[in-house]
Write a protein that binds this ligand. Structure first.
Ligand SMILES: C[S@@+](CC[C@H](N)C(=O)[O-])C[C@H]1O[C@@H](n2cnc3c(N)ncnc32)[C@H](O)[C@@H]1O
Length: 238
């Protein structure tokens, strides 16, 4: 049984069930291929990982791709929406034998693994407050392997006129729409980078798209890895 170990007074869990089957189409109609590009930005870089924890996995597009590119990985997929998890299993096809689904609120779920070497949160941290992310990271810290990677895709508001005039209003509009559709009560992007840094994670790679409106990042607690990758060219800076 999963004891309630999250924050007290937490908001109601948003309900994405109604959106599960149309989620892909909603995304394609609004952002075309860009969110998918963001989600898959680093998916082929996780060949050495064996135990993944995917939070707010949604309809499983990242998981299905991860299982295809890595034939040895096992996935614990946590999502509050059973309908999303159903889509995930369907999408993963025969590879779904390597997936354990957990229909639960990640804010107070007792994670089953103890040596995750990959955590993935694609457009999920924005469903949490900064305090909820701090609590989540604290609970996960003891459950990850020393070489673990955390891949994040998120919306962002760049600190420039595009951010002020376009990104911020657009993100605000998305929050209001998802508030109506799912009951999500959050109305602003959380400061997850601050929490990650405070918790000993270091940024390894970052790719920005759509003028910085969406970002894909890899974080790690392995500082040696951070030093190695900071010398590489291309994609990466933080
Ligand atoms: C915006 S969708 C993103 C889905 C997917 N990761 C993607 O890249 O498209 C957010 C997902 O997180 C799930 N979710 C939101 N809050 C949650 C929570 N507190 N615990 C578990 N899942 C949650 C929703 O059910 C939904 O599937």
């Amino acid at each position: 049984m999963n004891a309630n170990i999250g924050l007290t007074n937490q908001s109601a869990t948003p309900d994405f069930n109604r959106l599960a089957r149309m989620y892909l189409w909603m995304e394609l109609l609004t952002f075309g291929p860009w969110l998918e590009r963001c989600r898959f930005a680093f998916v082929s870089d996780f060949g050495a990982c064996r135990n993944a924890l995917i939070l707010g996995d949604g309809d499983g597009r990242f998981t299905a791709r991860l299982l295809k590119t890595n034939p040895f990985i096992h996935v614990d997929a946590v999502d509050a929406s059973p309908a999303m998890l159903f889509e995930l299993l369907r999408r993963a096809g025969t590879e779904n034998a390597r997936v354990d689904i957990h229909p639960a609120d990640a804010r107070n779920f007792n994670f089953p693994g103890s040596q995750y070497d990959l955590i993935a949160t694609h457009f999920f941290l924005d469903c949490l407050t900064t305090d909820e992310i701090a609590s989540l990271v604290r609970r996960l810290r003891s459950r990850i392997a020393p070489e673990a990677l955390w891949v994040v895709s998120e919306f962002a508001v760049p600190p420039n006129s595009f951010g002020r005039l376009v990104a911020r209003p657009l993100v605000g509009c998305l929050y209001r729409i998802f508030g109506v559709l799912t009951g999500l009560t959050i109305r602003g992007l959380p400061d997850y980078p601050a929490i990650f840094l405070q918790s000993g994670f270091v940024p390894i790679l970052k790719r920005s798209m759509l003028a910085g409106l969406i970002v894909s990042e890899i974080w790690s607690v392995n500082t040696c890895l951070a030093k190695q990758t900071s010398n590489l060219d291309g994609n990466l800076l933080l």
